[in-house]
Design a protein around this ligand. Structure first.
Ligand code: FAD
Length: 472
């Protein structure tokens, strides 16, 4: 029986026989109307979304954006969802809405499982194939547990909306458990261990400390957990390095450490997590902390797709790209954002930052346009606007611009709020975020938050033995 071909949107030829049989179907660049170029983008995060928007401004391209979620998540604010300062809807944005002004962008919610780089064809977990004149790989990052025994099984990474919601539920589950049975405090119900003192770990530690501080101050009718003694809560920030916020200046590091310590955070530097179990962590100095909430902010590697590319990847499983963001030895293949090692001016890879991802996305779109026009591509130039981290209420550090002009305290706190609100995708989200921040600033807290994942209450309070490394 011969396959019948049908014409879809933009004249795309679809193999209707394959569709009828429910087998894999290929959307191929060869089937485009004359002059129309097909661009396949994997990942609708900072990099993929900005690339799609810019490249789709040209009506002579057709973009297929593939993402395993139907939303873009704003990772810098995940810790605020985990600590119930913001709602998930404040930091995640429907991709279809974000791209609704671009009729030449087609979004498919599906996971890409493998890639044939030579033919620029990707295959999804549902069996479809998409082939483009250009392929843009922007699949982001995932937690790197560095083979720490028990870490993947027992800790709470903080790299996705799902992670943040799960952690929030675990936090609430610990409060409910300790309120119900105070002997569980001895078993670590109110011990929170944060692994990694980079921006994510530091911001999370500060937010947990502010929460505990807020609860401690509440008395009488304002107390919502009648039987909980928040004085017994302990927050640990553990890092193998020798400074909090190692990417910042020594004075910003000292400021952050002082502010965290002042909020009761116990900082353990020069100390690694050796092993995590069902009810404890063991540190490299031999300390064993009873806990059921280990938050993993200890490192990143490229998302799992990077191991199915059939090429040698670089540091962190990321693709080492050329100056123009293309993948060496291939035609029309780009890698961006957290999925790529992009060299900065000094030849060292740029950090995994939203600004690097966003700028690389836009630059890639520009180079694709140059490719289409038959002109030479332009090497990527990163505009360094600086770095900032929130420590907690009225406390933040910022190093502005390439020359790193330093700000601390309330000024940096206000700058942090302004910059992060401005980066949110919609006006609605910006207004809502400001309202929530104002509410929290003037004393509101997670009182109204519901525990909607009861599975987080299922805790093994009788701690198991140490988890052994695989080859021990
Ligand atoms: C907790 C946290 C805090 C941060 N704070 C800051 C900060 O304050 N400032 C800053 O500049 N940066 C910050 N960052 C870094 C910043 O968020 C990232 O650098 C940025 O999100 C990278 O963008 P990206 O587009 O490369 O990846 P992402 O934004 O992660 O997007 C990747 C997309 O790919 C999709 N995807 C992955 N695999 C597949 C697949 N196989 N198939 C289909 N889709 C797939 C994902 O669903 C996701 O939508 C933070 C990161 C984290 C985790």
């Amino acid at each position: 029986m011969r396959a019948r071909r049908v014409r879809g949107k933009f004249g795309v030829s679809i193999d209707s026989l394959s569709r009828a049989r429910g087998t894999a179907m290929t959307q191929s660049a060869e089937q485009e109307p004359k002059g129309v170029k097909h661009i396949v983008i994997v990942g609708g995060g900072f990099a993929g979304l900005h690339c799609a928007r810019k490249v789709a401004a040209d009506p002579n391209v057709r973009v297929t954006l593939l993402d395993k979620n139907n939303y873009q998540q704003f990772q810098p604010l995940l810790y605020q969802v985990a600590t119930a300062l913001l709602a998930p809807s404040n930091i995640a944005f429907n991709l279809r809405v974000a791209l609704k002004s671009y009729p030449n962008v087609d979004i498919k919610m599906t996971e890409v499982v493998s890639v044939d780089l030579k033919s620029r064809t990707v295959q999804t977990s549902h069996g479809e194939r998409y082939q483009g004149d250009f392929l843009v790989l922007a699949a982001g990052a995932q937690a790197n547990f560095f083979d720490t025994p028990g870490a993947e099984q027992y800790s709470y990474p903080l790299y996705s909306l799902h992670d943040a919601e799960r952690l929030r539920s675990r936090l609430l589950a610990m409060l409910e458990s300790a309120d119900r049975d105070q002997t569980l405090i001895e078993k670590g119900a109110l011990n929170f261990v944060i692994v990694g003192a980079g921006p994510t770990g530091t911001e999370t530690a500060g937010a947990f400390a502010d929460l505990v501080h807020g609860w401690k101050k509440k008395q009488g009718h304002a107390r919502i957990y009648q039987d909980l003694s928040f004085g017994q809560a302990q927050i640990f920030l553990v890092d193998g390095g020798h400074a909090v916020l190692s990417a910042f200046s020594p004075s910003a590091q000292a400021y952050a450490a002082k502010k965290l310590a002042g909020r009761g955070v116990q900082i353990r530097l020069g100390t690694r997590v050796k092993e995590a179990g069902s009810g404890h962590v063991t540190l490299s100095d031999g300390t064993r902390i009873p806990t059921h909430t280990v938050i993993w902010a200890g490192g990143l590697k490229a998302s799992s797709l990077s191991s199915n590319l059939g090429i040698q990847t670089g540091h962190g499983g990321r693709i080492d790209v050329q100056g123009d963001l293309t993948v060496p030895g291939l035609t029309g293949v780009y890698a961006l954002g957290d999925f790529a090692n992009i060299a900065g001016e000094d030849g060292q890879p740029l950090p995994q930052l939203g600004s690097v991802a966003e700028q690389s996305g836009k630059w890639c779109a520009r180079n694709i346009q140059l490719d289409i026009a038959g002109k030479p591509r332009v090497p990527f130039q990163y505009l360094d606007k600086g770095i900032m981290a929130m420590i907690g209420r009225n406390a933040a550090v910022a190093e502005v611009g390439k020359n790193r002009h330093e700000l601390e305290g309330a000024v940096a706190f206000a700058a942090w709020l302004g910059v992060h609100a401005a980066l949110l995708t919609s006006t609605h989200a910006k207004i809502e975020a400001f309202m929530e921040w104002a509410w929290a600033y003037f004393g509101g807290s997670l009182e109204a938050v519901i525990l909607d994942r009861p599975e987080e209450l299922q805790v093994d309070w009788n701690d198991q033995d140490e988890v052994k490394a695989p080859n021990n």
